[in-house]
Design a protein. Structure first.
Length: 160
């Protein structure tokens, strides 16, 4: 009987942990919206805000507790009649610019927006310079020294 207690306790513990995980996963937030426009705004805002914990996941998809708090805050602010920009500004004040998937174009985010464009233009310029250099290299005549060396090489091949 004593030998059976260890595995039984282990199985019971694992079953309880599994049930707790399933119960937590099944906890679905339900938001009541009388106006379908408010519901659409809620989904748009929560899809555009990044979860500070998950980092690459919107708060509407995240199971992190902070994302749940953020969704609650968005819901309450919408119910208070706040505009979308006010809600986003509130979230930025609380969590920083990182919560926005599309950061604002400001002095400190200019590099973030401008660097891809600048690198693209630099790449085009480099490709243009390379094409131009190859075109010029293939059209250039041989110098007298190069011509004499080429003739010497071709004559040596014929004599052998």
């Amino acid at each position: 009987m004593a030998l059976m207690r260890g595995p039984l306790i282990l199985i019971t513990t694992l079953a309880l942990l599994l049930m707790a995980g399933l119960a937590q996963a099944a906890a679905i937030e339900v938001r009541d919206f009388d106006d379908p426009v408010l519901e659409t705004r809620y989904h748009d805002i929560t899809a555009s805000l990044r979860c500070p914990t998950c980092q690459n996941q919107a708060i509407n998809d995240s199971d992190a507790p902070v994302a749940g708090d953020m969704r609650d805050r968005v819901y309450r602010l919408l119910m208070d009649g706040r505009a979308d920009i006010e809600i986003r500004n509130h979230m930025v004040e609380r969590f920083g610019d990182y919560v926005l998937y599309n950061p604002r174009l400001e002095g400190r985010t200019f590099l973030l927006w401008g660097l891809p464009v600048a690198l693209g233009l630099l790449g085009l310029v480099l490709v243009g310079l390379l094409v131009r250099a190859r075109r010029n290299a293939s059209n250039r005549e041989l110098s007298a020294e190069e011509r004499a060396r080429l003739d010497a090489l071709t004559n040596r091949e014929r004599t052998e």
